[in-house]
Design a protein around this ligand. Structure first.
Ligand SMILES: Cc1cc2nc3c(=O)[nH]c(=O)nc-3n(C[C@H](O)[C@H](O)[C@H](O)COP(=O)(O)O)c2cc1C
Length: 194
């Protein structure tokens, strides 16, 4: 099995995470360890009109079975330890507050701990921040993360695929985020030159 961690923060853009979770679990060879911050649960439900729990419930049983959800305050969860092998972690969307904690190694909740683990184990960590504009502090924290080996991949959809719906834009960001994680979903269009 390919094992990935998906972290969802209380930044705008929970729809990206739901799209990524659906795409990852559509692959029978994938196991997703999901951790949603306390604010992530609230902001996602406010924006999308569905809670993470209800979204998981709406998935077909075989897809649901590929998700192991951990509480944000459960430091006894396997993803708290570097000994638990994973292929990588995606934080989508990432708040600038969680980004600051990861960049400075302060920990805080399970999501931040798991991200810290991915950095120390030199595993793939993809951070998808959502904020505008960015302060100098935000930019410094992103540079620190990049220097520590993380991929900082802002939630900024491209328009070369001629999107016509909000869904297209969501697919673009979810798809490019998954590509950065090393998972090919075909959610985002491939530029072929024409
Ligand atoms: C509706 C709403 C939208 C928000 N959007 C963002 C955002 O896009 N980026 C961000 O960094 N914080 C955003 N915040 C603030 C975060 O939720 C807040 O900083 C929180 O402490 C993040 O906690 P977490 O990183 O543990 O999820 C938003 C808050 C609300 C209520």
């Amino acid at each position: 099995m390919r094992r990935f961690v998906l972290g969802i923060c209380g930044a705008s853009g929970g729809a990206y995470a739901l799209r990524a979770l659906r795409a990852l679990t559509a692959d029978a060879a994938v196991e997703v360890h999901l951790v949603v911050s306390a604010e992530g649960d609230k902001v996602l439900a406010e924006e999308t009109g569905i809670s993470v729990a209800d979204f998981i419930e709406s998935l077909p049983p075989q897809q649901r079975a590929r998700i192991a959800r951990h509480r944000h305050d459960d430091f006894f969860a396997p993803i708290s330890s570097g000994s638990f092998r994973t292929e990588g972690m995606l934080v989508l969307p990432c708040s600038l507050s969680t980004l600051a904690c990861i960049a400075n190694g302060t920990g805080g909740d399970l999501l931040r701990r798991a991200a810290d683990v991915h950095l120390k184990e030199r595993r793939r960590l993809v951070i998808v921040p959502r904020e505008m504009p960015l302060s100098t502090i935000h930019l410094r924290n992103m540079l620190a993360l990049s220097e520590a080996g993380a991929v900082v991949s802002p939630a900024s959809p491209g328009f070369y695929g001629k999107p016509t719906t909000v869904d297209d834009l969501v697919d673009f960001v979810a798809g490019r985020s998954l590509e950065a994680l090393g998972f090919t979903s075909r959610l985002s269009p491939e530029w072929t030159g024409e």
